[in-house]
Design a protein around this ligand. Sequence first.
Ligand code: GLC
Length: 799
Amino acid sequence: MKLEDYGRFEDGGRIFRITRPDTPAPWINYIGNGRLMGLVSNAGGGYTYWVCPRDSRLTRHRYNSLPWDRPGRYLYIRNESGVVWSPTWQPVPVELDAYSCRHAPGWTEISSAFDGIEVSIRYFVPQDHDTEVWRVRVRNTGASSRKLEFYPYVELVLGHALVDLINQPNDQHFNITDWDPESEILYATKNYWVQYKSATVAQPNQAWDKEVFFATSLPVRSYDTHKETFIGRWRSESNPIGLERGDLANTLITAGDACAALCSAAEVQPGETLEFSVLLGVVEKGRREDAREMAARYRDAAAVQKALDEVEEWWDWYLSAVEVETPDEPTDIMLNTWSKKQTWTTYTAARSAGYYHGGLLFGSGVRDSAQDLLGPLVADAKMAEVKILNVLRHQFSNGSTLHNWFPLTDEGENTGHSDTALWIPLAITSFIRETGDLGYLEKRVKWQDGGEDTVLEHLIRSIDYTLREKMSPRNLPLFGPGDWNDTLDYVGRQGRGESVWVAQFLCWGLRETAELLRLVGQSGKAAEYDGWYATVAAAINDLAWDGGWYVRGFRDDGGVIGSVTNEEGRIFLNTQSWAVMSGIADEARARQAMQSAWELLETERGPKILAPAYRKVDQGVGLATRCVPGKKENGAIFNHPVSWAIIAEAMLGNGDRALEYHSRTNPINQAHDPDIYLMEPYVYSEYVTSDEHPTFGQASHSWLTGSGVWMYRGMLDWVLGVRPEYEGLVVDPAFPSAWERARVRRRFRGCLYDIEILNPDRVAGGACELRVNGQPVSGPLQPGEPGETVRVQARIVGK
Ligand code: GLC
């Protein structure tokens, strides 16, 4: 089937409407306020957590279940004759008369019709309250009055989701539920809370510090919290026995598997719409008054509407930081809505809370976080600042950093990856470029091992640590247990292997930081970094140029990877793109490297991370070679490196190729055959299987990928060429020749820049003449008065 058979964009791309429920995979959305977060599928599936999906989980996600996408946030409806259906299609296998699901940045709404009843459920989380609100509207389209019963239902975890998975029979002994008849609120909590990283025989001596509450604005007739009583023996969510009894059993548990189910009844007249809300929220233990306050507030339809309006307003504001009009609609849809939604999602859910990252293992990575903040940074410097602070707090005073951390317990691992500390320069220099706030560098931040220092000192130490402790005698960084590519994990375990990509990334960081140091008068340190840049760049060019491209690295045993001398893994995309991005390659090598990448890595669905894929397990390379050819880091079209290739091509003025890469990998274009592509058409997936595997074109691991942010910034900063420099906003497009005109509206340092880019001669790349309010200007655009709209015309005048 085609994409149109499953759904379409609406409202200028702001909404994706799914038109049949049996999508090739759950097509999900994220709702949340950054604390209370929910993953919502088009079939009502998904889970809810508070801040940390491992340590403070509210509802369950059943891993490896069939059918998948179970359980979820369900509403069962029972009619007068006992027929039961789910307006979200799952979990009751009843065919609906109509169905659609709309995913929007701040909410998801599933609407359907069955038995003369139209139901729509809109799921969202208010900005200031840690509760999901399910706004339910039920319309009687028939001619007679209807007596209906409503049963909202969730399955509970109550605390540590990993322990729930591996030790559930023991863990559930500590579940406690409670019903408050006065306020008609169900509560559930756990008198035990594990916060250990791994399985251990040690037992904690503490209770979960939260209480889940579940409530509806309809009068409650009965409830259940004992899952087995509600579902029944040898049954599933598809046919709970609780619905056959016609009333719930009012079970409360002091041990056992917990759920929350409510039963309400209402009569709906012909043509009438009944509206009610269901709340699934969390409060601090001992703060039930907060639950009562929320339940009372959201009984009122006007309060629900107000909270929804506030969510919409926030998203309007967040999304309006950048608005583009290009001749390419799929580009506009991604840049205007979905890439920005995706960057918010990676910012909040990291590589942790996903359908494919199960929320149990990763916490927040320093590497990923430093990149994820580049999206929200454009809209809201404060959001970026919070993340930078978190990254810096996990840095040690010797300059190294934890590799990842868990938000509630703050524990993490110091894995020794060769790139981790070097993401700090990216985060800080990007922040200063955006805000121009050099004073930020003086802000003091704690070290992980005690004491504190300025932001600038954190930045300097991240680089100095690498220069002091991580360089080989040949002036290339050691590979260690991996670099950006986690699966090149045995190239340098013995402490001799060298990473050419990290060398380029280090050069990039040295150059960025030296420029910043000069601005704050530290020219001595800047000169030291210039010297290092020259040394490392020379080492790369002497040792890593392979005739047609840059090799990927050198192994502990002295061998090379990513070289023409290799049979497998002969060329890697990253060392070509970063040779350009870091500026270490001269013009000829830069062009040659990117041309080789195009010739040797390109497929009709975008360029591969490496080629040819490894077919033999190589102990001296690691996990990449254990993966089947064409998938994951073993030769898939890995979107994150693709986004860097787009930037590199744009930096070379090659707008046509940059657009080609972008268009081929854009999920909207990729998903033209959803039954092959499988994942959501509105966000990037981590990778798409390449032509070296029989499932060529199949996407995997949607949502939580760094490509979301880099595709957005690559197109905005480098192809459209509107990017922040320390001195102001630069307009320097690398336009595709097919584009005659584009418009970019971008907030920057308190002003709105309304930029029209004209390409009358249809050149690719090319120099640009700028006019501000009709007057010719050169150099970065200076900020005007706060709130001012600065009108800019950029005319591409040819090569
Ligand atoms: C995953 C990781 C990311 C890593 C990439 C390549 O996306 O989250 O940190 O850089 O894989 O291995």
